[in-house]
Design a binder for this molecule. Structure first.
Ligand SMILES: Cc1cc2nc3c(=O)[nH]c(=O)nc-3n(C[C@H](O)[C@H](O)[C@H](O)COP(=O)(O)OP(=O)(O)OC[C@H]3O[C@@H](n4cnc5c(N)ncnc54)[C@H](O)[C@@H]3O)c2cc1C
Ligand code: SF4
Length: 471
């Protein structure tokens, strides 16, 4: 892969990125830290490089070229230009791609086992089945109670890929699987959220062994990454102890209910399970940003623009009402396009081709947050490394929208800290009641809910600015 000229001779350290809130905890720098277990959970339940690692404060050009949030690394457009120079289609939001589809897996149990239409597990399993890879790096459950509940592992059998189905809104890191790929020869596919896939592409540009062995990247669309504390909050709100939780299912599937009515389920060590709809959780509105990693405030890739293929949920009607789950799939690699089209011709997959506009509409809120919202956040004063984004700073949005973005950012920031205090004092109600109030304010601003929402509407009518649109 070509190295961007501007990335040469610029140095940064993991400490520089962590201290300004730009570390997502992907673990791609693991090899540069020169320490065992190079990443650890911090006090807020997010992976961070170990502060006592010899490489933590060492500034290098290499780190600056490979951290996905480094301003000196190639951006998504530059990586995509290298990887997919001849893509048939190009879209400002979706990036370069060959074809896009909505649909689901028609054969076997993939759809029933998956969080959405089961397409990620199907593609991963098909790559193994056809001998196109020897292993798939993805995320599965860890046995036993306590953190971590999930981790990255390499599955080498179709059954293990299928067992790893479902979305995990939980911190995971890549250092272990990257080490295994460096050590064990073979061809690998990796499943990851957009910033992780970007990190993998940057690592491939540095290390020929990774470039040779990682032959397919499977991206997941992404809203934001949550901290490990979300699991503990689920336990608190389902009247269970945090140390009793053994298993977590963020999205229990129920074909009788709309796909976007998420239900979370926790499995306890005594074998009992507890369930709650996300809408009844004080922190269950995804858009409010509870437990969001601060780096996500500076992300501009919703649809894994540097992945060979990317998958999301088709969050538009009629698909969002279908509780069986429907994917939206963006294909960028010619080989995977052929594999998928062939399976669709044989009715193994049920897919309908769609255009970029439909893909964009399935992720409308994500794009607002990472285009309009990002442009506004880039105008805020901040110390340390300045992120280099594809979005220009701008304050050209109505006052009410600014307040909503401010409120979301405040909820993200405070949720980590209030939870930390409540956890330390062993006072769950402190956090849960704060979260309820924070959600009330957010809903008033974003959706005009409640008496505070009515008041906000009246104030907005007294001081009109450009028309608000729903978030
Ligand atoms: C943090 C996060 C945020 C997301 N945000 C959005 C969003 O805003 N909009 C949207 O449309 N879709 C989003 N997704 C993707 C969505 O949840 C589904 O994963 C996707 O639609 C694929 O569904 P499926 O049924 O095809 O996958 P499945 O067949 O259920 O397979 C999922 C695969 O992904 C792997 N996996 C699960 N969690 C992770 C993880 N954290 N990191 C790497 N691999 C993982 C599993 O091991 C499995 O191989 C998000 C996913 C994650 C993890
Ligand atoms: S929102 Fe962006 S930075 Fe945050 S986890 Fe998702 S892809 Fe990574």
């Amino acid at each position: 892969m070509r190295m961007s000229a501007m990335s040469a001779e610029r140095s940064l350290s993991p400490k520089d990125i962590v201290s300004c809130g730009l570390c997502i905890g992907c673990g791609a720098c693991g090899g540069m830290l020169n320490a065992g277990n190079a990443l650890r959970f911090d006090q807020y339940g997010q992976y961070k490089p170990r502060r006592d690692a010899p490489g933590y404060g060492r500034r290098t050009d290499r780190f600056a070229r490979t951290c996905p949030f480094s301003p000196f690394a190639m951006n998504e457009d530059e990586i995509a230009q290298d990887r997919f120079p001849d893509a048939r289609q190009m879209d400002e939001h979706i990036g370069a791609f060959e074809a896009a589809f909505v649909g689901y897996v028609a054969e076997g149990e993939f759809r029933g086992l998956g969080s959405s239409g089961g397409m990620v597990s199907w593609v991963a399993a098909e790559l193994l089945r056809c001998g196109m890879v020897d292993g798939v790096a993805h995320v599965g459950g860890v046995d036993g109670a306590g953190h971590p509940y999930f981790d990255y592992r390499i599955s080498r059998a179709v059954a293990d890929v299928r067992a790893g189905a479902k979305s995990r809104y939980y911190p995971v890191e890549l250092s272990g699987v990257l080490d295994e790929i460096r050590t064990v020869p073979g061809r690998y596919a990796i499943v990851g959220i957009p910033c992780f896939i970007k990190a993998i592409n940057l690592a491939r540009a540095e290390e020929p062994v990774l470039a040779e062995r990682i032959v397919h990247t499977l991206g997941l669309f992404c809203g934001h990454m949550k901290s490990a504390r979300f699991v503990e909050s689920l336990a608190w709100q389902m009247a269970a102890g945090t140390d009793e939780v053994e298993k977590v299912d963020y999205r229990v599937k129920d074909p009788r209910r709309p796909a976007n009515w998420y239900t979370a389920e926790i499995g306890l060590i005594d074998g009992r399970t507890r369930r709650k709809d996300w809408w009844h959780l004080s922190d269950g509105d995804w858009g409010a940003g509870f437990f969001q990693n601060s780096a996500c405030n500076f992300c501009d890739d919703v649809v894994a623009e540097t992945a060979d293929i990317a998958f999301g949920d088709a969050w538009v009607e009629p698909y969002s009402s279908d509780g069986r789950g429907t994917n939206v799939v963006v294909i960028r690699s010619l080989i995977l396009n052929e594999l998928i089209q062939e399976a669709a011709r044989k009715d193994r997959l049920n897919l309908t081709e769609v255009d970029a506009d439909l893909v964009r509409r399935t992720q409308a809120a994500g794009f607002r947050q990472r285009r309009e919202g990002l442009a506004y956040r880039l105008t805020w004063a901040r110390a340390g490394v300045s992120p280099r984004k594809r979005v220009r700073p701008s304050t050209a949005i109505p006052f009410r929208r600014k307040l909503t973005y401010r409120c979301r950012a405040a909820i993200s920031w405070w949720s980590h800290r209030i939870f930390y205090i409540a956890r330390t004092l062993e006072r769950p109600r402190l956090y849960v009641q704060w979260a309820r109030f924070a959600l009330y304010v957010y809903h008033a601003l974003a959706y005009s809910r409640g008496s505070m929402g009515a008041l906000a509407d009246r104030l907005a009518s007294l001081f009109p600015s450009r028309r608000d649109t729903a978030l």
